[in-house]
Design a protein around this ligand. Structure first.
Ligand SMILES: [Zn+2]
Length: 153
């Protein structure tokens, strides 16, 4: 199977430089869920160069900044699923930037700590949530505009 992060669809790319891309997540956990992805196909954190690690962190900061500018979230969850047992489904390392709003779920306390909870029922409702969390074309356009002519390098 072709790697979705090695050759992402043009319409999900918000930012790109020599080392990283910022993509709109296709199965958003919240409205505006973005991914910071090294351009090089690397599965494990240890395989990244220091320049790539640094670019990922700067990409995270850029993604949060542009989301703040456009969608005005109240907070963020940031995280990586490193390895299959941790839930990694695409074997191309990526960092999730998940914007959060006051009241967007009933029990926000604990945030990424819930990564280990067994929530099969929740997973059954994922498709519904992905649909609900997809950005409108107007929102994507605002984000795209915010990232224009920006360079981390
Ligand atoms: Zn890849």
């Amino acid at each position: 199977m072709e790697c979705p992060f090695c050759s992402p669809e043009k319409d999900v790319i918000l930012y790109e430089d020599r080392l990283v891309r910022i993509l709109i997540d296709s199965y958003p956990a919240s409205r505006g869920h973005l991914l910071v992805v090294p351009k090089r196909h690397v599965e494990r954190w240890e395989e990244l160069t220091w320049a790539e690690k640094s670019a990922l962190v700067r990409g995270m900061e850029l993604a949060m900044g542009k989301l703040r500018e456009t969608l005005k979230p109240d907070a963020f969850n940031v995280g990586m699923n490193l390895g299959r047992a941790a839930g990694q489904t695409v074997p191309h390392l990526h960092l999730h930037v998940i914007p959060r709003w006051e009241g967007d779920c009933a029990h926000p306390r604990g945030g990424v700590r819930k990564a280990v909870l067994d929530l099969e029922d929740e997973n059954l409702k994922m498709r519904e949530r992905w649909e609900r969390n997809r950005l409108s074309e107007e929102e994507v356009e605002r984000l795209r505009e915010a990232f224009k002519r920006y360079s981390l390098e």
